[in-house]
Write a new protein. Structure first.
Ligand code: R5P
Length: 288
């Protein structure tokens, strides 16, 4: 993270860019973006960047339309004489496509990382989805600084839920779910999940009878279709539990996911890595 420097916001990231500029005593630059009639992007840095450390803030929740304007902005900064160009992407997209499951499939995480590495000198992000890759260093050719939201999630749970039982979505989440539970001083379990399709997950939970008096709290790094949490909530109900609290790092909520989850949950709270009505946990302190 640059101390001082100049911060630009890609559309939709104004609040985060302004908070970061304030925290790091930097300046807020002006970036103009609009679409030409043919839908191509026009990008202009309307602030002088010569000799400056430039940070562009762009959470990548909708990466396909966001990517080209972002690269244009980074290239413009470099062409205009910036000393360095960094990206703050609280949510880093495409990290889940980390294997070739069928012949000929794009391994999007590696492709995306290669392209970002060409445009930026470094990246700052929060809890990227790492499953088969142990570290982002396996993917990126530039330094990537990773911050973790687990302590913030744990604080929220400790302040808002009595006698919680922390529940992780799958076995891969065990380590960080355990860290959250440990900080809260609560027990934890993880589900066994098999994804059969974009909107089809098969999940099983252990017998939770010993935790019957506790409040279930589902914790996940990403909610996209919502199927993982909705299925877990259904299994909890089958064991006689009340509707769960749902605590999320990256609230993508595609399509009707949020409305569907409102029916299944007692309360939904997310980090503001992506701007959403469920935001209740601020992450700017992790990035500054
Ligand atoms: C996957 O391993 C992640 O941790 C999430 O569980 C997953 O991305 C959630 O996706 P969805 O909301 O579409 O079930």
């Amino acid at each position: 993270m640059t101390v001082g420097g100049i911060y630009f916001s890609m559309p939709g990231n104004e609040a985060m860019a302004s908070a970061l500029a304030k925290r790091s005593h930097g300046n807020l630059g002006v970036l103009e973006h609009r679409r030409f009639p043919d839908a191509e992007s026009y990008v202009r840095l309307a602030s002088d960047v010569r000799g400056m450390d430039v940070t562009i803030v762009c959470t990548l929740a909708r990466p396909d339309p966001q990517f080209l304007p972002l690269v244009f902005a980074a290239d413009a900064a470099r062409d205009c004489g910036a000393a360095s160009v960094a990206l703050v992407a609280p949510y880093l997209a495409y990290m889940r496509q980390d294997a070739r499951f069928s012949e000929g499939e794009a391994m999007s995480s590696a492709s995306f990382a290669r392209r970002l590495s060409r445009s930026f000198d470094r990246i700052v992000t929060i809890d990227p989805h790492l499953h088969r890759h142990r570290s982002l260093d396996d993917l990126f050719d530039i330094p990537v600084h990773v911050a973790h939201a687990a302590p913030l999630l744990a604080n929220w749970i400790a302040q808002n839920v009595n006698d919680p039982l922390i529940i992780g979505p799958d076995r891969e989440s065990e380590q960080w779910i355990a860290a959250v539970a440990n900080q809260v001083g609560a027990p934890h379990v993880v589900a066994n999940k098999n994804r059969r399709g974009d909107r089809l997950v098969e999940t099983s939970l252990p017998d939770l009878v010993q935790f019957a008096e506790r409040s279930p709290v589902l914790v996940d790094d990403i909610v996209s279709s919502g199927r993982t949490m909705i299925e877990a909530a259904r299994l909890l109900a089958a064991q006689g539990f009340a509707k769960p609290y749902c605590v999320i790092v990256h609230p993508i909520f595609s399509g009707n996911a949020f409305a569907e989850m409102l029916d299944a949950a007692q309360c939904i709270v997310s980090c503001d890595t992506i701007s959403h009505v469920s935001n209740g946990i601020e992450v700017v302190s992790l990035l500054g």
